[in-house]
Ligand binder design. Structure first.
Ligand code: 13P
Ligand code: SF4
Length: 396
């Protein structure tokens, strides 16, 4: 008798995870079209090199420090999100900007480059879970609540680079600025010169650490607005009394590090210096010796004496690369359970080859564009950040 069993249709969630569908609620959407070369193809490095050479100065490749070695080797400039935003703005000669990073970075590059330049994200499923924790509809609902309470006028929105273009535009429209982990302190100082309160989006940890550790506020000055609870889960008095209204978002990679990790590594490696990214929780940054953006972590470890030991609380591709580049120092990952950023890791060699070869053949794959109005206001917020006084790269 013939079997009546039929393969179940993959669920929408399974398709999303496989990168074969789209979700309008995420910052990136996850459709990934194209005929990708097999990862096992031994000629991939040569193919990437040849395509890049053919494109010459028509293409400029930007690589975030969390990218895999296999793709970062082709980057014309590497950096943290602040440096990459500067680099995107500094190359008007390139027809194509290929972004080895995640969706919000590619959007920012599109905003900061000329209209004639086209920004390509080799895998459009490379989003950011933190950026997805704040949608523009939720942010507007929060702002409407602040207006209802009569406190919106005293509030300056500051959004972390890791947010959608729509949220950057909201920020620009409402008198605020973008910040990155390299300049959050300067950005917040700028904001408090203009208002009594800050609505900080979407990373509660960066906001709290900068306010309390860098600007000397107290934890009681901060409240956490939960977009999934009515009125943010806060009383009107809490919102009226707060100086920092922190959005309830976090990074799934940096959020994994714990205070116990710090205690354990200090026991395991006597004399170790613990250096962590400000996206780590307040408990972790409070126990660390040094807090810094990815650029600052690199600069600090590069300048350190040979023989020193470092436990690093940031994304694993960067920690591995630092360990390889500095064999004279002991460089270890802060957590014993290793963790890559899964979305950063989506940009692999097959996707890079596919993107570059498509450009050679005259098609622009996975172009990231931002509409004109969003672009205008997001640029206002980005330009306010880029114009901040002080050092241009790593936070001191
Ligand atoms: P920076 O590049 O600003 O250090 O941010 C880290 C990060 O998580 C990027 O997604
Ligand atoms: Fe987003 Fe964190 Fe990955 Fe950066 S490391 S892209 S903040 S999930």
């Amino acid at each position: 008798m013939a079997s009546t069993f039929t393969e179940p249709e993959p669920s929408p969630l399974a398709l999303l995870l496989l990168g074969h569908a789209s979700d309008d609620d995420t910052e990136a959407g996850v459709v990934c079209p194209g005929d990708l070369p097999a990862p096992s193809d031994p000629g991939l490095v040569e193919r990437a090199r040849a395509a890049k050479e053919t494109l010459g100065s028509r293409v400029f490749i930007l690589g975030h420090h969390y990218q895999r070695d296999e793709v970062i080797q082709f980057a014309d400039a590497t950096g943290d999100s602040f440096k990459l935003a500067q680099q995107a703005a500094a190359h008007p000669e390139a027809e194509f900007i290929v972004f080895e990073g995640v969706h919000f970075m590619a959007e920012s590059a599109d905003i900061l480059t000329d209209d004639s330049q086209q920004v390509v994200l080799p895998d459009s499923a490379a989003g950011c879970s933190m950026a997805d924790m704040a949608t523009i509809a939720q942010v507007e609902e929060c702002w409407a609540l602040l207006e209802e309470l009569g406190i919106a006028e005293q509030t300056v929105p500051v959004t972390y680079m890791n947010s959608s273009a729509a949220i950057k535009a909201f920020t620009g429209r409402n008198g605020g600025a973008v910040c990155t982990s390299s300049n959050a302190e300067r950005s917040l100082t700028w904001a408090f010169e203009r208002g009594e309160k800050v609505l900080f989006l979407p990373d509660q940890h960066l906001g709290r650490t900068t306010a309390v550790i860098d600007l000397g506020m107290s934890l009681d000055d901060c409240v956490v607005y939960n977009p999934n609870r009515p009125r943010g889960g806060l009383t009107d008095e809490q919102l009226r009394g707060a100086r920092m209204i922190l959005w309830r978002g976090h990074c799934s990679v940096h959020g994994r590090f714990t205070a116990q990790n710090v205690d354990e590594v200090r026991e395991r490696v006597p004399g170790v210096t613990v250096i962590v990214h400000p996206e780590c929780s307040f408990e972790v940054v409070s126990k660390a010796d040094v807090i810094g953006s990815t650029e600052k972590i690199i600069a600090t470890i590069t300048a350190a004496e040979p023989g020193t030991a470092w436990a690093v609380g940031t994304e694993l591709n960067l920690v591995k690369r630092l360990a390889e580049q500095h064999p004279d120092k002991e460089i270890i990952y802060l957590d014993k359970t290793v963790c890559f950023c899964s979305t950063m890791n989506r940009i692999d060699l097959p996707h890079l080859v596919w993107a570059l070869e498509s450009l050679v053949q005259g098609t622009v794959p996975n172009r990231i564009t931002v509409d004109a109005d969003t672009q205008h206001w997001a640029k206002v917020a980005l330009d306010r950040m880029l114009a901040l006084p002080g050092p241009s790269a790593a936070k001191d």
